[in-house]
Structures are given as C-alpha cells and as structure tokens.
Design a protein around this ligand. Structure first.
Ligand code: NAD
Ligand code: TYD
Length: 351
C-alpha cells in the first residue's frame, strides 16, 4: 500500500470518529488529517484512543471558510478527501435551516473548489462525499431506494444534503473531478449524539425521563451499525468507481415504536429491573413536521460490485451499543451539558 495523505472532514463526529479510527488503525502508512469545527456534535473524546498515533493529526477548522480550505489544500496536497462534516439533525434543520445551507452546501462547494484548484486534473485523487438515503425522500411499502431513485428531499436537512450531492456530481460532470458519493441509511452505535432516536432513548431511560415518540411511532427506518458504515466507506474509497453513487444499508427495517419497545426491554434487562419499567416512560408527542414515513435501501450494487456486507445483526449491534452507553456515562454527561443542554431544554419545553 503506497503512502497516502487523506483529509477526513467531520472526524470528531459520530460516524467520522469511526471512520478516522478505522483508517488510522488499518492503514499505518497513510497520513490521516481530521478537520473538524467541533460544533456541539463534534467531540475529541471520541478519538482519545488514537489521538497520539503517528499517522494521525487533528486540525480545528470550518469548511465554510473558503480561503482557509483553499490554503489547507494547497499546503497539504491531499491524495484524497472523505467528506463527512455536516449539520446532521433533521429537528435542528427545521429550527435553523440557514446553518444547514452554510455547512452542508457552501462548505461542500468550498471543499470541491479547493480540490479542483489544487489537484490539477490528477485522476488518481478521490473526493468522496458521504451522503444520506434521506435525499430520496420517503419510499412506499414494498419498494426500496436504488441509486436510480429520483432525488426528492423533504426536510431542510435532506434538501441541503441533496444540494451538496448535486454539486459533487456537477464537479464531476463539468470539470472531471474524480468524485464518489455514498448514501447510507440510519446509523447507530457508540459516540452517537443523544439527540438522535436511539441514544436519546437510552439517555432518557437512564435519567428516568419521558421517551418522546413522534406521531404514532409508525415511521420506519433501516438501521445500520456504524462500524459497518465505516467498513463500507473503506471499500468505496478504495474500490469504488469515480463518478458513481453507492447506496449503503442494512436490510434492517424497524417501525420506531417497535424499536423503542425493544430497546426498553433490553435496558430493563441490563439495569436488572422488572420488564416493562422503561416502556412506561414512552410518551407520544406531536409529530415532526413533514416527517418522512419510510426509508428502506437497496445496497445490492455495493454488495455485488465491491463485495461489502454488514457484519452485525441488529440485536447484537444494539446490545453492544447499549453496553457502550452504560460504560460511558461520563461521555453522556459531558456531551449533554453546556450548549446542547440549552437546546434540549428548549426543545422539550415546546412540546
Ligand atoms: P455528526 O453531527 O455526529 O457529526 C458532524 C461532524 O461535523 C461534527 O464533528 C461537527 O463538529 C462537524 N462539523 C459540522 N459543521 C462543520 C463545519 N462547518 N466545518 C467543519 N466541521 C463541521 O454527524 P454524523 O451522524 O456523524 O454524520 C456524518 C455524515 O454522515 C454527515 O454528512 C451525514 O449527513 C451523513 N450521514 C449520517 C447518517 C446517520 O445516521 N447519522 C446516515 C447517513 C449519512
Ligand atoms: P432521527 O434519529 O432523528 O433520524 P432521522 O430523522 O434522520 O431518520 O430519528 C429517527 C426516527 O425516530 C425518525 O422517524 C424520527 C423519530 N424520532 C422520535 O420518534 N422521537 C425522537 O425523540 C427522535 C429524535 C426521533
């Protein structure tokens, strides 16, 4: 394996931290540069175990700063980019869409421009954009999103991700920038910020707080263990064909209410208390506006062309996740204090 210098953006966040760890450990000859603004969602505690490795470096920076990105690319001469930095939470995008436009669209275009201006048409480079299945909108029962499903985003978050996907494609079509895009389903696992469904429920069960289920809890999501997403990113970065889109998913659909009930009974077991204790906290709350009913992804292109498959069944992955949160209560209390705490208090006082 020849030496490579790779920029990973958003590496202090949930998925990014798993991608950084995988690349730092698996490719000792690579130089991994993690660029992150450290928003409320970015946390260097997620990378404590690898922060002193010789092939790893952290840079605090904002992808919205175009001239800083251009200078970074000119100074560092990266061989590849894996771009995960984003505002990622749908509920926040409903409150403040502008921040999503800035980071997800403008930030992505700044990175594309920096790559274009410093890579001199070198087709061996790779600009890999991490996207989401949410750009496809909602899918009816019995159908799956394929890479050919028309883009039809419904939330400010997914609209901003769809916008960035279009720019990435446009830089390939217009300037032959060697790009890759993947669109993954909902992830779960360690380091997941407790504003998203699974870690929020775990945190609230631990704090004996209500478990807010939106609407009737009938929305369906297709859950993938975060380390399986990281291994798919590894496969696509190294073996994917530039200009292509790859869907990533776990064939693991759950109705929200079934998932929350399953999680409640797992938590009761772990906390050694009577079955049904956590489920008593379930509270149906006002639905999220424009709430997509179902996401379900066909990842056969990735499985057939690149030989990737998910490694963990959901029951095992969820238990590993719960164990991680139970063993990392300090992490939970650190990330739920400060800036996030205010947001959290505000969100719940509105319901
Ligand atoms: P996250 O919110 O946990 O992490 C995002 C990271 O980006 C944070 O570390 C944050 O500090 C950083 N960041 C935000 N704005 C920045 C800026 N302007 N400049 C530099 N860094 C900035 O998100 P995540 O869940 O890890 O998602 C990572 C990527 O994967 C996103 O692009 C998201 O759209 C995509 N994705 C997420 C999921 C999921 O289930 N979480 C599924 C599919 C795709
Ligand atoms: P979320 O984790 O926010 O991911 P996304 O909206 O990107 O799919 O939400 C997953 C599902 O859980 C979604 O249908 C909304 C629902 N949900 C709740 O019912 N209650 C909650 O408190 C949260 C955060 C989400």
């Amino acid at each position: 394996m020849s030496a490579k210098k790779i920029l990973i953006t958003g590496g202090a966040g949930f998925i990014g931290s798993h991608v950084v760890r995988l690349f730092v450990n698996k490719y000792p000859d690579y130089e991994i540069v993690n660029l992150d603004k450290l928003t409320y969602a970015g946390n260097l505690e997620n990378l404590r175990d690898i922060e002193n490795k010789v092939n790893y470096r952290f840079i605090k920076g904002d992808i919205v700063d175009a001239s800083a990105m251009l200078k970074l690319f000119a100074d560092e001469q990266f061989d590849g980019v894996i771009h995960l930095a984003a505002e990622s939470h749908v509920d926040r995008s409903l409150e403040n869409p502008n921040e999503f436009v800035m980071t997800n669209i403008i930030g992505t275009v700044n990175l594309l421009q920096a790559a274009l201006k410093t890579w001199n048409n070198d087709s061996s480079k790779r600009f890999y954009h991490i996207s989401t299945d949410e750009v496809y909108g909602s899918v009816e029962d019995g159908s799956l999103f394929t890479e050919h499903t028309p883009i039809d985003p419904q939330s400010p978050y997914s609209s901003s991700k769809a916008g960035s996907d279009h720019f990435v494609k446009a830089f390939h079509n217009s300037y032959k920038l060697p790009v890759l895009i993947s669109r993954c389903s909902n992830n779960y696992g360690a380091n997941h910020f407790p504003e998203k469904l699974i870690p929020l429920m775990i945190n609230n069960i631990l704090e004996n707080k209500p478990l807010p289920v939106y609407g009737k809890g009938e929305n369906v999501r297709d859950w993938l263990y975060v380390e399986d997403h990281a291994s798919a990113i590894d496969a696509i970065f190294h073996k994917g064909k530039t200009g292509e889109v790859y869907n990533i998913g776990g064939n693991n659909e759950w109705k929200n209410i079934d998932l929350v009930n399953f999680l409640c009974s797992l938590m009761d077991k772990k906390l050694e208390r009577p079955e049904g204790t956590s489920a008593k906290l379930i509270t149906y709350v006002k639905d999220r506006p424009g709430h997509d009913l179902r996401y379900a992804i066909d990842s056969s292109k990735l499985q057939n062309d690149l030989g990737w498959s998910p490694s963990l069944v959901f029951e095992v992955g969820l238990e590993k996740t719960v164990d991680w949160y139970l063993n990392n209560k300090e992490w939970l209390s650190n990330v739920t204090s400060g800036q996030y705490k205010d947001y959290y208090t505000q969100m719940y006082s509105k319901r």
